[in-house]
Structures are given as structure tokens and as C-alpha cells.
Design a protein around this ligand. Structure first.
Ligand SMILES: [Zn+2]
Length: 410
């Protein structure tokens, strides 16, 4: 199946629209400019014949592809996000197509010295012979996640034009503000009416994700005792120093900069204070809930030891839940991953299941009642000027979507 020409046209059109989201905004969506893409998608969905096309006040775009079989089948949804990361400019993105990459340097911009190759990005190695799309050196590309949107739109067009392909009711959803962690906050899961979903927001071809971190926030509050330094012996507790001592006592092999794959960590994100008061903020991350809790006990033990060491100081540590590993929800519905793996194999790829070292919109949706693992879109190096996506990878992603539609109707 070759949908590359159609995918490329769409991708290029979407990439040129600036949809950067904003961490500091208090509105939803965080930036108005995301709605320009939302409105374009609404008109394109209508043009390809999708039904129940809607855009609500939050900027969620939804649509339906009617069933082609009579029997009631599970309703399956395909989701992607419209915004791009605040980490790099998304203004005036100029996509470049590097046809039939032979394995050497891909010059994104000679002027800016932005050169992509397997030396600085080993993930590229599997794409030999592919058509690679990059930006032009001043901006990110926005394949995260306009690749997902182009894939879903093109596969939807194909399914609407090929009513002989058997499938149940399919839903489409495009969401704003994923990159600022708010993407599905107001998403009406019930009204959407899907039983299971797939987010198309992954990386290189073949990779699928059913697992993300369990995440807690942490706060350590230290109350010190201030006295004149000249007469401070056995009378002072310096809160700033106590806070620093606690942070320095955390094992060095359990930090984000020293861990990978399935290893968890605590990151101290912020430390403020003086003699009277000190405060430490941080995050706790692990795929395994038991290990997450064990790390929290370990930090509490460190704090307990510091209480003995600094009897004049008061130290409190608190943890608050942020998000949870969606695998907990997804394993209850084995067909969700079963059908996905089969759909990937049917597209001629070996599925590689990898854990996400972060959170996803799918994780939040899973706990809102819509189990939603993540599917590759064929790109990498997201959020920066070295971002790239393989057009052949996007084509495979569309094939997986069409296979999925068919599988769920079997
Ligand atoms: Zn994304």
C-alpha cells in the first residue's frame, strides 16, 4: 500500500501552520493559533466524507467513519495532537524532503551547521532508502505530532473511499496542548463514545508503547532556627544547609541523568531557602508502582536520619500523585495490544514494545476510561531542529491503522 504522496501533501500543509502551545498560558487551548489547524482539519474531514465532524469550545476536533459491517463491533478511536513543543520555534517551518536517503549526512542547514547522520542519531540507521523529511535549521519540524495527524487523515480518506474494507464504527480525535501536559483535560470521553483508542504519537517504525511512568511529586519543607552566627553553637539550625544535605544524600545512581530504560529516579527540580526556611521540590518516577513507593520510603529514611542529625530543625516530606502507568488499565483488555501487534506484523514490521520514560495523553485517557496505547509515526529527535520523520515510516503507520480497523471487526 503506497499512500506516501497523499501523506506528504497533508504533512507539509500542517507543518507550515504554527501551533506551538504555551506553558505559561492560563487559557485552554493555551494558544489561539492551534485553532487555525483545528478549523482546517474540520473542513478537510468534511471534504473526505467523514460524519459527525465537530470542533468544540476547547479546540477538540472529533469525527466518525461509519461502520461497513452490520454486526456491532467495538468502537475504535485514533487520536493525535495538534500542538508542537514550546521547546523550539514552530514559526515558519519549511519542510524539506530528502528522497531515498543513502546513509550519509542529511544537511538540514549548512548555514546553521545542522547535519543529521547515524553518528548523532543511531535511530536513523533503520531508514536507509527511505524518504526523510526535516525542517530547515531554524525550527522544529512538528512531526510530533503532525505526522500522526497526516497519517490518521490519509488512512481515514482511504477507508472512506474503500467501503469494501470491513470495519466497525471508527472515531477520530485531534487534541490541543499535549506538549504542556493538558491535552485531554476537558476531553469528553463519554460523549466521544469509543471503547478503545490508539494515539498516533510515537517514534520510529515498529515501536509501540503501552507503558509510561508512575509519577509522584515531592516536597520537603525545612524549618530552621536562626540565631546570631557568633553565638550559634548548638543553637542554630540552618534550613538551607539541611535541605542541601538531604538532596546530597540521595544516591547518585537514582537520578534522571544516571538512569535509562526501566530504571526509576528521583529528580530534585528546585531548592530554595535561607536560615529560617528551606524548601525542596522534586519528582519521583518509576514504571513499577512498588519500586516507586520503595524510593519514597528510602527518601523518608534519609529525612528521618537528618532529623536525628539536626534536632533543632523541623523537616516534613510529602508526596502527591501526578499520573499512573497506563499498562495497569491496558492489560485488562488484552485485545487492545493483541490487535495492535498483529496489525504491525501485517504491515511487515516486528513490533517493539518499549516503556515511555514520561507521561502520555494516552495514559491520562486510559484512567479516564479509554484505554489508549501509543503507535509509531516514523519520526525521531522531537522538539528540536534535528527532528526528522520518514515518509515510508508514516506510510507504515497508516497501514497499521487500516489493519487495526479491519482486525477489530474480525
Ligand atoms: Zn507528541
Amino acid at each position: 500500500m503506497d499512500l506516501k504522496a497523499a501523506i506528504y501533501k497533508r504533512f507539509e500543509r500542517y507543518a507550515r501552520i504554527d501551533t506551538q502551545s504555551d506553558d505559561n498560558s492560563r487559557t485552554f487551548p493555551s494558544t489561539k493559533k492551534q485553532l487555525a489547524l483545528a478549523r482546517l482539519l474540520v473542513s478537510e474531514l468534511k471534504a473526505i466524507g467523514a460524519k459527525k465532524v465537530g470542533l468544540d469550545k476547547y479546540g477538540y476536533v472529533t469525527a466518525e467513519i461509519p461502520a461497513t459491517v452490520k454486526a456491532r463491533k467495538p468502537v475504535i478511536a485514533f487520536l493525535a495532537h495538534m500542538d508542537t513543543s514550546p521547546a523550539a520555534s514552530g514559526k515558519d517551518v519549511k519542510p524539506q524532503l530528502h528522497k531515498g536517503w543513502k546513509g550519509g549526512d542529511i544537511v538540514i542547514s549548512r548555514k546553521h551547521g545542522v547535519i543529521l547522520n547515524t553518528g548523532n542519531c543511531p535511530e536513523l540507521a533503520v531508514c536507509r532508502g527511505d524518504d526523510i523529511i526535516t525542517a530547515s535549521g531554524d525550527t522544529l519540524l512538528g512531526a510530533d505530532d503532525k505526522a500522526g495527524i497526516a497519517v490518521i487523515m490519509t488512512a481515514a480518506e482511504y477507508l472512506l473511499a474503500h467501503r469494501e474494507i470491513p470495519h466497525g464504527v471508527l472515531k477520530i480525535g485531534f487534541t490541543p496542548d499535549e506538549e504542556v501536559g493538558q491535552g485531554v483535560k476537558y476531553f469528553d470521553v463519554k460523549g466521544f463514545g469509543a471503547d478503545f483508542a490508539y494515539t498516533f504519537d510515537g517514534d520510529v517504525a515498529g515501536s509501540i508503547e503501552e507503558e509510561n511512568f508512575n509519577a509522584d511529586g515531592l516536597k520537603i519543607a525545612v524549618e530552621g532556627k536562626s540565631v546570631h552566627p557568633g553565638t550559634a553553637k548548638n543553637a542554630m539550625a540552618n534550613a538551607a544547609r539541611v535541605a542541601a544535605d538531604i538532596v546530597a544524600s540521595w544516591p547518585e545512581n537514582m537520578l534522571p541523568e544516571t538512569t535509562e530504560h526501566r530504571e526509576g529516579f528521583i529528580m530534585f527540580t528546585d531548592i530554595t531557602g535561607g536560615t529560617e526556611k528551606g524548601e525542596v521540590s522534586g519528582i519521583v518516577r518509576d514504571h513499577d508502582m512498588k519500586k516507586l513507593k520503595a524510593m519514597e520510603r528510602q527518601l523518608e529514611a534519609i529525612v528521618a536520619a537528618k532529623r536525628l542529625k539536626y534536632p533543632l530543625a523541623k523537616i516534613e516530606v510529602t508526596f502527591t500523585e501526578q499520573y499512573r502507568n497506563m499498562k495497569e488499565v491496558i492489560v485488562r483488555h488484552p485485545a487492545v495490544m493483541g490487535n495492535l501487534k498483529a496489525a504491525v506484523r501485517q504491515a511487515g514490521l516486528e513490533p517493539r514494545v518499549k516503556p515511555v520514560r514520561g507521561g502520555t495523553d494516552g495514559a491520562r485517557l486510559s484512567f479516564m476510561g479509554l484505554p489508549a496505547p501509543n503507535v509509531f509515526t516514523g519520526g525521531y529527535n522531537y522538539h528540536g531542529r534535528y527532528e526528522w520523520v520518514s515518509l515510508d515510516g508514516m506510510n507504515k503507520s497508516a497501514e497499521v491503522l487500516i489493519n487495526l480497523a479491519r482486525k477489530w471487526a474480525e
